[in-house]
Ligand binder design. Structure first.
Ligand SMILES: Cc1ncc(COP(=O)(O)O)c(C=O)c1O
Length: 422
């Protein structure tokens, strides 16, 4: 195959894309192939992928076992409307009912995380007959008008005219200036105040169980339980956005299980299709009854995506990817904590969703610039790391869950040398 090469691709992007699109790296490679935890560029250079397409490829790139079923379904029947009966979709809904927490057993299928969050927010309105929302600062929930309106990361709030009426942001239980305990008390107090004043107008609060784009922020164990209790007093539903955290990534099937809380509505996407677009919002029998006017997503639960998702869930189970994420996550976290560098402020997260908070150790470079330097050097050395955080200064480690201990050791060795070079 004749590859265009990175320079031409960048030129065409500049010419034909919107200016909103950006790329990691000063000289981004053209990625042309993927195989499990590896990606390959047009020069056939191999990279160990520590970002997994932002938490999508939990089962690895072009996983042959999963693709076999995707391709078989593509050859058999590609698409039809949900107005006709097809089998993969119901089998998937049934399987999800078996793994979702608590009494959550009914699922609506759609295509993207944004669409599923939007649907979950509509469901909360229908059930409670109220229309306001509470969200956490630092959260990210999508790109539609409503999901942007509850996104608490300034750089991702595309539009200056988002919905402000009845959208209430409260502080997340994390602050670089105070302890987790203090930040949690502040956040809960703010929640209580908003509920006291506006609870009668609010239908739901949305949270990511671990903030991804917000900088891999995990909450104190008690926080979500206390939030849930406060919300219940005001008939406000808890929507948990598991778009980035779902399907084993954090060492539990769903990250909310790390806090032993059952939400009212759970939203998933990304890893369910392992690269084939599919998303869900799921809830209990009782709440689902409120969503009763005709509604359907053209591609939601499409036979190819549903069959792929079934295969993904089987693969996760058969290969024990949930415990693998937990064990390898602990190993990686320990290794990261052992690195001694003045640039590392904190290692956060759990399972294979870890973040390394970078700090500026001198006044020559900002923490964001140092983060970029780490990503650039690690790319040269064959490791693709992620980046997030409100100031874009958190190095993210979210590899495919099929990664090995040897890949982690090699990455750590190179990261150590990179930090020493800075
Ligand atoms: C937590 C979370 N929610 C929602 C979204 C939006 O998902 P999508 O891009 O599939 O619409 C994202 C995307 O990164 C996300 O990380």
């Amino acid at each position: 195959m004749n590859y265009l090469g990175p320079e031409d691709i960048l030129k065409k992007r500049q010419q034909y894309f919107f200016p909103a699109t950006s790329a990691f790296y000063k000289e981004p490679p053209q990625i042309v192939g993927g195989s499990m935890q590896f990606l390959f560029d047009h020069n056939n250079k191999r990279y160990v992928d520590f970002f997994a397409g932002v938490s999508v490829l939990n089962c690895g790139h072009s996983n042959p076992e999963i693709l076999k079923e995707t391709i078989a379904q593509l050859n058999k029947m590609q698409h039809t409307t949900t107005l006709y009966l097809t089998q993969p979709m119901v089998e998937l809904a049934e399987k999800l009912a078996g793994i979702l927490p608590g009494n959550i057993k009914r699922t609506f299928f759609c295509v993207t995380g944004s669409e599923a969050n939007e649907g979950a927010m509509a469901l909360a309105r229908l059930y409670t007959k109220k229309s306001g929302y509470i969200a956490l600062k630092g959260g990210l929930h999508g790109r539609t008008h409503l999901t942007l309106s509850v996104t608490g990361i300034p750089m991702w709030r595309l539009d200056d005219n988002l919905i402000k009426d009845h959208v209430y942001f409260i502080d997340r239980p994390f602050s670089s200036d105070s302890s987790y305990e203090e930040a949690m008390t502040k956040s809960l107090q703010e929640l209580e105040d908003v509920l006291q004043k506006h609870g009668k107008d609010i239908c739901a609060m949305l949270i990511e169980p671990i903030q991804g784009n917000g900088g891999i922020i995990m909450y104190p164990y008690d926080y979500v339980r206390k939030v849930k209790a406060l919300l219940e007093q005001h008939n406000v539903l808890l929507i948990v956005d598991e778009v980035q955290t779902g399907y084993g990534r954090t060492g539990k099937m769903f990250a909310i299980e790390n806090y032993d809380v059952v939400p009212d509505i759970i939203v998933t996407a990304k890893a369910l299709g392992n690269g084939i677009p599919i998303s869900t919002f799921s809830t209990t029998d009782e709440i689902a009854q409120a969503y009763n006017r005709p509604s359907a997503s053209t591609f939601g639960g499409n036979p190819v995506s549903a069959q792929t998702a079934l295969s993904v869930l089987n693969y996760i189970k058969k290969n024990h990817l949930v415990t693998r994420a937990k064990d390898l996550g602990e190993y990686l976290k320990h290794k990261l904590q052992q690195l001694s560098s003045t640039y590392i402020q904190e290692i956060r997260g759990c399972g294979l969703m870890l973040g390394m908070q970078i700090q500026a150790a001198n006044h020559v470079k900002t923490s964001a610039e140092i983060t970029d330097m780490i990503l650039e050097e690690m790319k040269e050395r064959g490791f693709l790391l992620g980046k997030n955080g409100l100031n874009r200064d958190v190095v993210a480690f979210q590899p495919p869950l099929v990664i090995t201990k040897e890949d982690i050791d090699a990455m750590i060795e190179n990261l150590k040398e990179t930090l020493e070079m800075l």
